[in-house]
Design a protein around this ligand. Structure first.
Ligand SMILES: Nc1nc(=O)n([C@H]2C[C@H](O)[C@@H](COP(=O)(O)O)O2)cc1CO
Ligand SMILES: [Zn+2]
Length: 159
């Protein structure tokens, strides 16, 4: 008889997003995204980080300060990285993301033809960015739904 504890497709895709998030060097918020096509194939993954050439050791991970002194000026969001990392069209696909997309990523999601967002956390749901994101998603007819997902913590070298 087959194993009964195997991961569902959804748990698997969000699990891949969650593991990718753990590559992030952001000390405060780690985000992962996994883009899946209608054949249930993973076509891209990404996490939040600085662009190529911007060293994680010299560029700032600060949240506060002048524009050029905070991470916000530099960081590429997980969803943007996943869209840019794709080597085939993401049109018609679903993005699994550990945190609801911000309004900037929402624009990229809509314009790249992604049709559905499945998210785990929505910790910024009371922000203006979130309101703007919802407004655009509803206007574009992009679906979104939350998925119950207990965080998977990958432990390196468990004792
Ligand atoms: N959906 C998202 N994808 C992301 O990749 N991010 C990134 C940008 C920053 O590196 C970090 C948010 O930092 P903080 O303001 O929570 O310290 O997460 C943020 C969001 C939020 O909407
Ligand atoms: Zn974003």
């Amino acid at each position: 008889m087959k194993r009964s504890e195997y991961l569902s497709w959804e748990e698997y895709f969000m699990g891949v997003a969650s593991l990718s998030a753990q590559r992030s060097k952001d000390p405060n918020t780690q985000v992962g995204a996994c883009i899946v096509n209608d054949e249930k194939r993973i076509i891209s993954i990404g996490y939040n980080g600085f662009p190529r050439g911007a060293s994680d050791d010299t560029f700032p991970w600060e949240k506060e300060g002048g524009v050029v002194d905070t991470k916000y000026a530099y960081v590429v969001h997980a969803e943007a990285n996943a869209i840019l990392n794709a080597r085939t069209t993401v049109s018609g696909s679903t993005v699994y993301v550990t945190l609801f997309p911000c309004h900037e990523c929402t624009k990229l999601i809509i314009q790249s033809g992604i049709k559905e967002i499945v998210y785990a956390s929505n910790k910024y749901k009371n922000t203006e960015s979130h309101k703007a994101a919802l407004k655009m998603l509803d206007a574009a007819g992009v679906k979104y739904r939350q998925m119950e997902f207990g965080e998977i913590i990958y432990v390196k070298n468990p004792k």
